[in-house]
Design a protein around this ligand. Structure first.
Ligand SMILES: C[S@@+](CC[C@H](N)C(=O)[O-])C[C@H]1O[C@@H](n2cnc3c(N)ncnc32)[C@H](O)[C@@H]1O
Length: 367
């Protein structure tokens, strides 16, 4: 057991409600300890909720509201950041996601990728862990992803880059949320060129093996039930739809930031009272779509599906955050246990923790 653990200070850029921060504080590593150094988030409501979960020892972190204020080579009059060794960033993904326009980096929000590059170029942290939607790998037939990878490899003094395409349900959460992770470490010849993805976790052994396990069974606010005037739009199966209307999915569809808008049933998560009260999560009951009481997920269920502790729901209530605000914050977040598994595995491997059983799988090297 090492007495002097390496302190790794992190910058939670575009930090939202803190999926990365929650992941970081849950990591108990033998060789290093993660320390909070900087947080940047433009959304005041996200900042409010985030700040509810700061421990006393972390109180001295620096907050920046707009990433455009950060000092970099291109913004030499900006605010200098406190030192950090690890950059986390779940950069805004609307411009890359399926529902957005998919303009890629030309879009204003896509430009924030360049802010990440500017920060890496100026502060040259030892590590970074970035997260984005998987769909970005299909933009311009994959060219955008290749451009991003080569930019991340060559920025600053150069980084060894590992890119993983992961799904939350492989990492302890009942959700089909797919995310791309870009993990970089300063170039170092002792590191492999290729690292397999983090080892998977059996969903059956997780706190919530299915969504059914986390659904609130009683006293759900009537506002979460589909209003009568909206039912037809949500539940009507247009013959042109390719997918199925399927409700009562035991693994959730990816949560969206706009789930308060009553999306169609084949695009979001809806559950019938019959399913919620049933005994077998794996059997989808045959319900009468015309008469059955059907609802969206509640904020508490949303936090759970994303891996946040239940206390987020209590604090959000105390802060008076509306349902739509909470759905936006939840839907934008990085799933906590997915992020935790990525960070832990990446840092364990970078730090040569050979005795740790999680260090596995240096696959055959490739260039
Ligand atoms: C994909 S979300 C990341 C959420 C975060 N990983 C979490 O777990 O909650 C992107 C975040 O970037 C924030 N953002 C967008 N533009 C920004 C800017 N110019 N400066 C700082 N934050 C910004 C958004 O408000 C949003 O919370």
């Amino acid at each position: 057991m090492k007495n002097n653990k390496e302190a790794i200070k992190y910058f939670d850029l575009f930090g939202g409600i803190g999926g990365f921060h929650q992941a970081a504080i849950s990591i108990k590593a033998k060789d290093y300890k993660l320390e909070h150094s900087v947080y940047c988030e433009i959304d005041p409501q996200a900042r409010l909720l985030y700040n509810e979960f700061i421990s006393k020892k972390d109180k001295n972190f620096q907050t920046i509201t707009d990433a455009k204020e950060i000092k970099t080579h291109k913004n030499i009059n900006g605010k200098e950041l406190k030192s950090f060794d690890l950059l986390f960033a779940g950069f805004p993904c609307q411009s890359f996601s399926n529902v957005g326009y998919r303009k890629g980096l030309n879009d204003e929000r896509g430009q924030l990728f360049y802010t990440i590059l500017d920060v890496l170029d100026y502060y040259k942290p030892k590590y970074f862990v970035l997260e984005n939607v998987q769909k970005l790998s299909t933009i311009k037939k994959g060219e955008l992803l290749e451009e991003m990878k080569s930019a991340l490899k060559s920025v600053g003094d150069g980084y060894k880059l590992y890119v993983w395409d992961l799904i939350s349900s492989d990492y302890g959460l009942p959700q089909k949320r797919k995310r791309l992770f870009f993990c970089g470490v300063k170039e170092n010849e002792n590191l492999p060129n290729f690292l397999n993805e983090p080892p998977k976790i059996e969903l059956e052994k997780s706190t919530y093996p299915t969504v059914w396990h986390l659904l609130e069974k009683n006293n759900v606010d009537e506002k979460h039930y589909i209003p009568s005037g909206t039912r037809k739009t949500v539940l009507y199966k247009n013959p042109k739809w390719q997918g199925d209307v399927n409700i009562d999915n035991h693994i959730a569809r990816p949560l969206t930031a706009s789930m308060s808008k009553w999306h169609r049933a084949n695009q979001d998560n809806y559950f019938s009272d019959t399913y919620i009260k049933s005994k077998n999560p794996l059997i989808r009951p045959n319900v009468d779509i015309e008469t059955e009481k059907i609802r969206r997920i509640t904020p508490l269920e949303g936090y759970r599906i994303q891996g946040f502790p239940d206390i987020f729901n209590e604090k959000a209530k105390e802060l008076g955050l509306s349902y739509s605000t909470q759905y936006r914050l939840i839907g934008n977040a990085v799933p906590v246990s997915l992020a935790k598994n990525v960070i832990e595995y990446f840092l364990d491997n970078c730090n040569g923790n050979k005795t740790n059983s999680r260090r596995v799988q240096f696959a055959s090297e490739c260039s």
